[in-house]
Design a binder for this molecule. Structure first.
Ligand code: ATP
Ligand code: MG
Length: 682
């Protein structure tokens, strides 16, 4: 199904013309460019014919409809996808930078996720196939089960004084009770703040304080790779630093004894004997559904506020169309619910659509690297969604793991979280997808609430490494530092020029930071994403990394993503990270950190070879000053490379706070190597 060049565009869509197509695709290298797009990926992949025939969206009518009237488009979908207790008459109200969607509409998110499916006689449908961390531990939860559990907990929360407008923290592992806790909050009108279970007590405390949480829901302990994680003990330490938390609800998971405070109450005591029905709180479309902090790859985490109507609509529509969800689909988003990906594509999107999902408590490497493929085979998963960092780990571990299992149920694959390098994309396509599954590379952020740039899989021809084109109704653009659109092929700031329903409404408690971070650089109407990107001659978007991470070599501004993708093309390289280290002559010099595939050993020769490899593929200007080999790369707990730290390592600086790292030990090793390679005494 591989297309050749751009010979056969088929129904390849172009974004509604925003600026005239000008200039060559490969720009002249010039120091004025904000980021230079130097890589050119030529391969294209059309939607496989069999997939296209069955796809929910199989022509460009939704793009045309949204281009003609984007507010009308979302308003139509708001009645089709959601159940309102009062239908909205309003659509978008925009007082830049603030906006509302469907403001006079009234609904409840838990009713949309649960009651209406049960009322329609679909209560026996499986909501979650839950798979525990220990192989063999599994549970099936239907929509009727979920509704009952949600109502009981909602009644329990009310009985301890939680009411509409309150905030409730949730700090749990990937259990069915996690969505239950979120929906119980939604049912009574309390906003939830889910904090990823891998975060420390300090990170939890900071988020609880920032959001003014009145209660916390947690569990005794969680499981991680066969070891127990002391969630309750962490929660106790966090609550000691977050005095606003009045009650702590504790779910029993491992059953080990845990320290007990006066304000604690067991989940089972709170829900035992509670009524199995609970009247849902009528919520305005613009009432808060949740706060969620960004992953914190860059700076102090920001608590994005999401509201009910627009968010739920965006979640449901994007989930259904992008992942092509049918009646009989089995959907698996392998993210953690602690990230926005899990909120939107494990909880709110799939449940609003009445979908059957997999919910997995464990780790992809436990007990062995074929765990995900075992789960795909067991539940006959049809659509699978994960992050490029994990795909690169799969590549590194080798094909024998997926080969052990029958993956023929898969019909679509997705990625999110980082740019995916073309090598990993093609591996995913061939080895996991068997050449029959379209890949949707979805670009979005905690702030955007749902996906904004993505192919619709039955319609859009894909290119490995490109998130392709905007979702219908979304209007991104690439601009220079003055806010003017750049030429096709040139890099710049990725911005979005008008609101969409799922966008965050503010940063909780800090509207000033909302305005200054996102809506000041190019005026209050233009949302600044913080990412760098380019658009190719077909209008396809290529994400190039954070704008703050751009490496400036002798006046040339280079994309971290392009250097990293090039390194990963080399047969020895599994993962790579590029950063700029200060250089008095050239501005910055490029320092790369590389993780080798098994079977390849680190050597000076290989380091030299990789430097030349980058120079050959991108240009001499991009030749790294050093290529260093590590046992692993410093990653945040969401699996993203922590670039601030790499920069410190490359520049020989103090490393600062490394507690949010997954594995703090590896940075000392990298630092030693960097100091040696760059001629600094340790
Ligand atoms: P913080 O804002 O605190 O630094 P974060 O940006 O890592 O944290 P998220 O909102 O989870 O937190 O991640 C969104 C970012 O992830 C995007 O801005 C982008 O840099 C990257 N990203 C997500 N999806 C893609 C994708 N498909 N292609 C390229 N980059 C992506
Ligand atoms: Mg961000």
């Amino acid at each position: 199904m591989r297309g050749r060049g751009h010979a056969e565009p088929g129904p390849l869509l172009s974004v509604p013309a925003q600026s005239e197509q000008k200039g060559p695709f490969m720009p002249e290298q010039n120091a004025e460019t904000l980021i230079e797009g130097l890589l050119l990926e030529q391969r294209t992949f059309e939607p496989p014919e069999k997939f296209r025939r069955q796809a929910l969206i199989s022509d460009d009518s939704v793009y045309r409809e949204a281009a003609a009237d984007f507010e009308g488009f979302w308003a139509r979908l708001a009645t089709e996808f959601l159940t309102w207790s009062r239908e909205p008459t309003k659509r978008l109200e925009w007082t830049p930078p603030h906006c509302t969607w469907f403001e006079d509409g009234v609904l409840n998110a838990s009713v949309n996720c649960l009651d209406r499916h049960v009322d329609a006689g679909r209560g026996d449908r499986v909501a979650y196939h839950w798979e525990g961390e220990a192989p063999g531990e599994a549970r099936t939860v239907t929509y009727a089960d979920l509704l009952r559990e949600v109502c009981k907990l909602a009644n329990g929360l009310k009985s301890i004084g939680i009411e509409k407008g309150d905030r409730v923290g949730i700090y749990m592992g990937m259990l069915c009770e996690l969505p239950v806790a979120m929906l119980a909050c939604a049912r009574i009108g309390a906003a939830h703040i889910v904090v990823f279970g891998g975060f420390s007590a300090e990170s939890l405390a900071e988020r609880l304080r920032d959001s003014g949480a009145k209660a916390l829901i947690t569990q005794d302990e969680g499981w991680r790779k066969g070891a127990k994680v002391p969630l309750k003990a962490n929660a106790d330490r966090a609550c000691a630093q977050a005095p606003g938390v009045e009650r702590v609800v504790v779910l029993r998971r491992t059953g080990d004894p845990v320290p007990w405070e006066e304000h604690d109450i067991w989940w089972h005591d709170l829900t035992e004997g509670a009524e199995e029905t609970c009247e849902p709180e009528p919520m305005g479309a613009e009432d808060a559904l949740f706060l969620l902090h960004t992953s914190g790859s860059t700076a102090k985490p920001k608590g994005a506020l999401h509201t009910t109507g627009g968010y739920l609509l965006h979640a449901a529509v994007t989930h259904k169309w992008i992942f092509d969800i049918h009646e009989d689909s089995v959907w698996w988003c392998a993210a953690d619910i602690g990230w926005v990906t899990g909120h939107t594509y494990i909880v709110y999107g799939p449940l609003t659509n009445g979908t059957t999902s997999v919910l997995f408590e464990g780790d992809p490497a436990y007990p062995d690297w074929d765990r995900h493929w075992q789960i795909v085979e067991r539940y006959r998963v049809s659509s699978y969604y994960t992050a490029p960092t994990l795909i690169r780990s799969f590549v590194k571990m080798g094909e024998e793991y997926p080969k052990r299992h029958d993956l023929s149920s898969l019909r679509l694959l997705g990625t999110v979280g980082e740019p995916i390098n073309p090598e990993a994309w093609v591996w995913y396509w061939q080895v996991i997808g068997g050449g029959r599954c379209p890949i949707v590379d979805t670009w979005w952020q905690t702030e955007t609430g749902g996906i904004l740039i993505t192919p619709l899989p039955g319609v859009v021809t894909t290119k490995p490494g490109s998130a392709t084109i905007p979702f219908p109704g979304i209007e991104p653009e690439i601009v220079d530092e003055h806010g003017n659109p750049v030429d096709r092929g040139a890099g710049g700031f990725l911005v979005v020029k008008r609101p969409w329903p799922g966008m965050f409404r503010t940063l909780f408690g800090d509207d000033e930071r909302y305005v200054s971070t996102y809506f000041t650089q190019f005026g209050p109407e233009v949302y600044v994403t913080g990412d760098g990107a380019k658009q190719d001659e077909d209008g396809y978007f290529w994400l190039m990394g954070r704008i703050d991470d751009v490496i400036n070599v002798a006046g040339h501004r280079l994309s971290t993503t392009e250097i990293e993708s090039t390194l990963v093309e080399h047969p020895a390289v599994a993962e790579a990270a590029a950063t700029g280290a200060y250089d008095p002559q050239r501005g910055q010099r490029i320092v790369c950190f590389v993780l080798l595939k098994s079977g390849f050993g680190a050597s000076d020769e290989l380091s030299q070879e990789l430097r030349e490899f980058v120079a050959d593929k991108i240009g001499k200007i991009a030749r790294p000053a050093a290529v260093l080999f590590g046992e692993d790369l410093p990653k945040t707990r969401s699996g993203k490379i922590m670039r601030r730290l790499l920069k410190n390592i490359a520049e020989g600086d103090d490393l600062g706070d490394t507690t949010t790292l997954r594995d703090p030990v590896i940075v000392d090793d990298l630092k030693r190597k960097a100091d040696a390679a760059l001629g600094r005494s340790a």
